[in-house]
Design a protein around this ligand. Sequence first.
Ligand code: NAD
Ligand code: UDP
Ligand code: UDP
Length: 318
Amino acid sequence: MTSGYDSKRILVTGAAGFLGSHLCERLVDQGHEVLGIDNYFTGRRANVAHLLNRPNFELMRHDVTLPLFVEVDEIYNLACPASPVHYQHDPVQTTKTSVHGAINMLGLAKRTGAKILQASTSEVYGDPEQHPQTEEYWGNVNPIGPRSCYDEGKRCAETLFFDYHRQNGVKIKVMRIFNTYGPRMHPEDGRVVSNFIMQALTGQPITIYGDGQQTRSFCYVDDLIEGMIRLMNSPDEVTGPINIGNPGEFTIRELAEKVVEMVGAEAELVFRDLPVNDPMQRKPDIGKAQSILGWEPTVSLEQGLEKTIGYFRGIVTR
Ligand code: NAD
Ligand code: UDP
Ligand code: UDP
């Protein structure tokens, strides 16, 4: 235990996923009683295998679209596929997960008096016309496109969080997460960092969608989890929404070149069609996170890629 915190009973949904597994690890190490739930759609038990023998960790198969009756002090609601490939695989289920999942977890928070944090997303800004994006920006989202199941599902979840807060006094924390990467992303997750690293390590061409001039800002997972826990532990009046991400902005082409150079591969860059409604630019304004949470990222893209490449190298050579 590295405590300093009082031990709490904490529910993490999406616990076997990429971010969920890192969050559970941190909370278990802090000495909390952690209950992780997951339906294993994109997550894997292997992500939390190292926690299964810890006395303060429990993992349960459960789908958040169904009611759940447990007694907890805090809820981190992360359940939802995050990669466009996966959330577009069964779009109706994606919306159900965001909307019904939020209703059930908010109902649980209302009954137990638990504080609840929502893993929202920079996708609520859509293809943004304001750059960088501040929390005040309402976004530019297509309601009927292939990304809408995720974008609108997450927007509706934010609405539900604020309505349960206003109507029922539920203590809420809404966190808008910008592109985050690191060890334990699924090698076939489909998102850009894992795709490029796996391609470079296995001698495949690097698939750039469009001309590669679109931008993203990449946050390393350890920084993200620190921001998430700080937000949960902030005073009750801090509801968010609050952006958490790394403001360092790169074109996708720059990312491809950096990965190829760092892996030390002779990889060819190939260009594929840009997916429909793929945002052209994305970069968080993190002024609020800095002033309210005293948080800012500490890991550079180079340092984060180094660790992530090391992780995927271990998988490829196993
Ligand atoms: P992930 O796909 O690795 O994890 C999501 C987890 O949720 C998986 O373990 C999956 O099996 C589980 N899940 C999906 N539907 C479920 C359901 N109906 N019931 C129970 N469990 C379910 O993705 P991630 O990157 O770890 O993302 C975690 C959360 O953070 C998601 O809500 C995502 O929208 C949000 N987020 C992530 C990023 C990012 O860059 N990683 C960016 C913005 C938002
Ligand atoms: N719910 C849950 N666990 C609880 C309490 C509620 O899963 O401990 C679910 C409940 O099944 C309901 C949803 O949360 O479908 C919303 O609950 P709320 O109390 O807001 O609404 P109501 O039950 O009045 O429809
Ligand atoms: N992308 C790419 N090649 C890939 C995977 C993704 O060029 O193999 C691009 C994608 O079109 C987008 C950016 O990289 O412009 C980030 O994609 P990702 O799926 O990681 O996240 P999101 O679009 O949700 O930010």
